[in-house]
Design a binder for this molecule. Structure first.
Ligand SMILES: CCCCCCCCCCCCCCCC(=O)SCCNC(=O)CCNC(=O)[C@H](O)C(C)(C)COP(=O)(O)OP(=O)(O)OC[C@H]1O[C@@H](n2cnc3c(N)ncnc32)[C@H](O)[C@@H]1OP(=O)(O)O
Ligand SMILES: NC(=O)C1=CN([C@@H]2O[C@H](COP(=O)(O)OP(=O)(O)OC[C@H]3O[C@@H](n4cnc5c(N)ncnc54)[C@H](OP(=O)(O)O)[C@@H]3O)[C@@H](O)[C@H]2O)C=CC1
Length: 515
């Protein structure tokens, strides 16, 4: 019998960010392994014209939840969506809902955040710092609360090279920043933001570091733990391999590579690609929730959910496997054949951007204009290159994350729990994982039918022929221009032609002699 699964039985669990990538996988696993849990409260806001109920309905009826429905047929009754906007005071939760949350919650998983790298400082602080403080305040009024699990990121201290499982202080106190945002206007905030974030690469990682400090300062006598995942990728094993549902992190770039938009990347091939499957993170979260509630560690423990120091993979290996998978299982209607040049050199990267990205986009837009259609490729290419530039910091560096607490927890689990809540990333086979990941992007994110693979392969063949034709035509044009303008080019041309002629004559003469 799994002790962790039994622990969540009969519990009321509060999840923020349950509609996000991590939150959905967390709910799925909870319902599947502890179908006798009492209720999962989720704090949700209406979005994209959908009510809370419509959002929940959509999640529960997705492929991700197919297995849940078998083991927990009344899952609809066990999920309670509460209207909340985490950027508002008191989260805009009604009095009755708040009362219920305060009196019933046993465990909190705080996943909600803005993960945009370029969010405004005001919004990122509101969500990643102030909302965390507000939730801690709520938690302190929950008499039945047993554990509060805060999800941060392994990159919250990416200004350091070696990162331990401890909370590092930030140069400016979070409280001072929260207070000053109340009276400063937006223009001034954006002006001081670069000075505040100093050597952090973006507002996201900086505000996640502030969020951790808030957890440390406002923990009171709560049982708290912090989990720091690195780059969260598609599912490894559960509920099935390769599930993914947004374009964040590597997902968007995998699509861009598969569609042939992105053919070169400023990345250090040997730098560690610290990906961690989302189901591994979720298993660790549930194990940490159990351990924090049952063993009540004296201080707030930090757990790294990373792969680099236990089972490293680098960007070169990842890139090669992504492309190898696209050879076998291409995406439909690719713009160009998938290809990836990794370079860490600035000049080469600029060159590839001009030749391999911007030029084809401009040529294609000219073609669209000439055929009376609206040009769109340059805009899309600019968007992709902007995203890539934001990721460059992360794909050109390696970090060392210590994992003492994570390994300690692994050793505390019973063999059954180690199996059901497996977060031992040493068992991961990268080549198999990346192949399933790419397949998952095609199936679950792009919703492409596997029956379309022969046609997609045919399309790639056509693209290859167009590529050869284009290159030959370009070569001939350039050469013709050179010959017309330069004596030296003419001399080279005549030398090559006479050399070929002599070679052919010799070849013909020697074959006549043999006869
Ligand atoms: C060959 C092998 C490759 C391997 C390649 C590995 C890469 C390895 C990355 C490491 C990454 C480390 C990450 C640290 C780990 C965390 O802790 S962070 C958690 C992950 N967070 C993120 O990934 C957030 C990053 N994204 C952003 O900050 C914003 O989306 C961006 C990049 C600033 C773009 O902002 P924007 O220009 O305002 O665009 P946005 O409105 O978001 O979207 C515009 C359009 O672009 C699309 N789009 C948005 N993002 C993307 C994207 N990433 N890609 C494509 N399309 C996108 C949207 O779907 C949207 O489409 P439409 O709806 O218009 O059709
Ligand atoms: N993905 C990754 O690679 C990594 C993620 N993390 C951390 O994991 C956690 C989850 O990330 P992930 O699932 O990928 O992110 P997502 O962007 O997929 O999910 C974010 C969640 O937060 C919710 N949210 C955002 N703003 C509000 C708001 N104002 N009110 C209520 N809810 C809000 C979103 O709700 P809605 O659906 O309404 O937008 C969504 O449910 C975050 O804390 C992130 O920092 C850490 C390392 C890596």
């Amino acid at each position: 019998m799994s002790m962790i699964a039994a622990f969540y039985g009969g519990k009321s669990i509060l999840i923020t960010g349950a509609t996000g990538f991590l939150g959905k996988v967390l709910m799925e696993k909870l319902f599947r392994t502890s179908p006798d849990l009492k209720v999962i409260y989720i704090l949700v806001r209406p979005k994209a014209g959908q009510t809370l109920q419509q959002r929940v309905f959509q999640i529960l009826n997705s492929k991700l939840f197919e297995k849940v429905k078998e083991v927990c047929p009344n899952v609809h009754e066990k999920i309670r969506a509460i209207y909340a906007d985490l950027s508002q005071n008191d989260f805009a939760i009604s009095k009755e809902d708040m009362q219920e949350l305060l009196s019933c919650t046993n465990v909190i998983f705080h996943c909600a955040a803005t993960v945009r790298f370029d969010d405004t400082l005001r919004h990122a602080v509101q969500l990643n710092v102030t909302a965390t403080r507000q939730l801690l305040l709520m938690a302190s009024q929950m008499p039945k609360l047993e554990a509060f699990i805060h999800i941060s990121t392994a990159y919250s201290n990416c200004n350091l090279k070696h990162i331990d499982e401890v909370i590092y202080p930030c140069p400016v106190e979070p409280k001072k920043i929260i207070d000053s945002l109340e009276w400063l206007d937006d223009a001034i905030i954006e002006e001081i933001a670069p000075k505040l974030i100093r050597d952090w690469p973006n507002i996201y990682t900086y505000t996640k570091a502030l969020g951790e400090m808030v957890v440390q300062q406002e923990s009171r006598n709560l049982n708290i733990a912090i989990i720091r995942p690195s780059i969260v990728g598609a599912t490894w094993q559960e509920p099935f391999p390769g599930w993914v549902d947004n374009v964040n992190g590597p997902n968007g770039l995998i699509i861009a590579a598969g569609k042939g938009f992105l053919r070169a990347l400023k990345a250090t091939p040997k730098a560690v690609a610290d990906l961690i499957p989302v189901d591994t993170v979720v298993n660790l979260m549930l194990a940490v929730g159990w351990y924090t509630a049952v063993h009540r560690p004296k201080s707030t423990l930090v757990y790294h959910s990373t792969s680099g120091n236990l089972n490293p993979c680098n960007w070169h290996k990842m890139g090669v496997q992504v492309l190898a998978t696209f050879e076998k299982i291409p995406l439909e209607r690719a713009f160009r054949r998938p290809h990836a040049n990794f370079t860490s050199n600035n000049f080469t990267s600029q060159y590839w951007n001009a030749v391999s990205h911007r030029a084809p986009a401009i040529i294609y837009d000219c073609y669209l204009r000439l055929t009376g259609r609206k040009p769109r490729m340059t805009k899309l290419m600019n968007q992709i290159l902007r995203t890539v530039s934001m990721f460059e910091y992360f794909i050109n560096r390696s970090w060392e994350w210590s994992t003492y607490n994570t390994e300690m927890l692994m050793s505390e689990l019973s063999p059954e729990d180690q199996r059901v809540f497996n977060f031992d990333v040493r068992q991961l086979n990268w080549l198999e994982y990346i192949e399933n990941y790419v397949l998952g992007v095609k199936k679950y994110l792009l919703k492409e039918d596997m029956a379309g693979i022969p046609e997609a392969k045919q399309h790639l063949k056509r693209l290859r022929n167009i590529h050869y034709l284009f290159n030959t035509a370009l070569f001939l044009i350039v050469w013709r221009l050179l010959i017309a303008r330069s004596q030296m080019a003419r001399n080279v041309w005549f030398f090559i032609v006479s050399f070929c002629y002599k070679f052919l004559s010799y070849f013909r003469a020697s074959s006549t002699l043999k006869v």
